[in-house]
Write a protein that binds this ligand. Structure first.
Ligand SMILES: Cc1cc2nc3c(=O)[nH]c(=O)nc-3n(C[C@H](O)[C@H](O)[C@H](O)COP(=O)(O)O)c2cc1C
Length: 195
């Protein structure tokens, strides 16, 4: 099983990256193969809404997203790990998410084929961190994640939401969250966990 972790913070070694690394380490220990991408290190431009994918499901923009698509297609589990920026995902990760429009187009084309059935048991998760305590803090990002996974024909399964953590690495002072990250990595492999 391939577990793909996509890190969405421009801050290296920050809270979401610490959680993602623990999750992926636990997934490896549970027998999965893992791959990690850092959205802010990839040259991915925003979707241009050119319609180039409409009839093929393939994006025509020649940038590093072209090496992300095969990973999105082959992973059985994907974890989006990111901080909340203005109640949403950081722009670098949002660019990657928007480029899943090509997979949305492909999904539409496939669903027109009689008898088409998407691959079963593909699941997507989040690990989200924000500084404040607002009840709606994760609503925007979770909605984006849900429909990103829908475009990939994956089931959205929730994950780990962490309020009130701000400074770089402050998550280390929350051992219960570090353990929840490991638990997520174990469970998504062992039990096909879906919350
Ligand atoms: C540009 C920017 C926007 C942010 N917007 C929010 C926000 O809307 N709500 C919030 O609770 N925290 C917000 N934060 C705080 C981050 O979510 C918080 O510091 C988080 O722990 C960073 O995670 P990281 O270390 O993985 O980057 C923002 C931080 C930045 C830099």
């Amino acid at each position: 099983m391939l577990v793909l972790g996509i890190h969405g913070s421009p801050r290296r070694g920050g809270n979401s990256e610490i959680l993602l690394d623990l999750c992926l380490e636990a997934a490896r220990q549970a027998g999965a193969e893992t791959e990690k991408l850092r959205a802010s290190r990839l040259d991915i431009s925003g979707c241009r809404a050119c319609g180039g994918c409409d009839e093929t499901g393939e994006c025509v923009l020649p940038d590093e997203m072209q090496r992300v698509y095969p990973l999105l297609d082959s992973a059985e589990r994907i974890v989006l790990a990111a901080p909340i920026f203005f109640y949403s995902f950081p722009a670098q990760l949002k660019a990657l998410i928007d480029r899943a429009q090509a997979r949305w187009a492909r999904r539409r084309l496939r669903h027109r084929q009689p008898g088409y059935r998407p691959a079963a048991n593909r699941r997507g998760y989040v690990q989200l961190v924000g500084a404040t305590r607002g009840r709606n803090l994760f609503q925007g990002a979770e909605l984006s994640a849900r429909y990103f996974y829908d475009a990939l024909e994956m089931e959205y399964c929730g994950g780990q939401l962490v309020w009130r953590v701000d400074a770089r690495g402050a998550i280390r002072q929350h051992p219960e969250e570090l353990e929840r990250a490991r638990e997520l990595g174990r469970r998504l492999v062992e039990q096909a966990y879906c919350s």
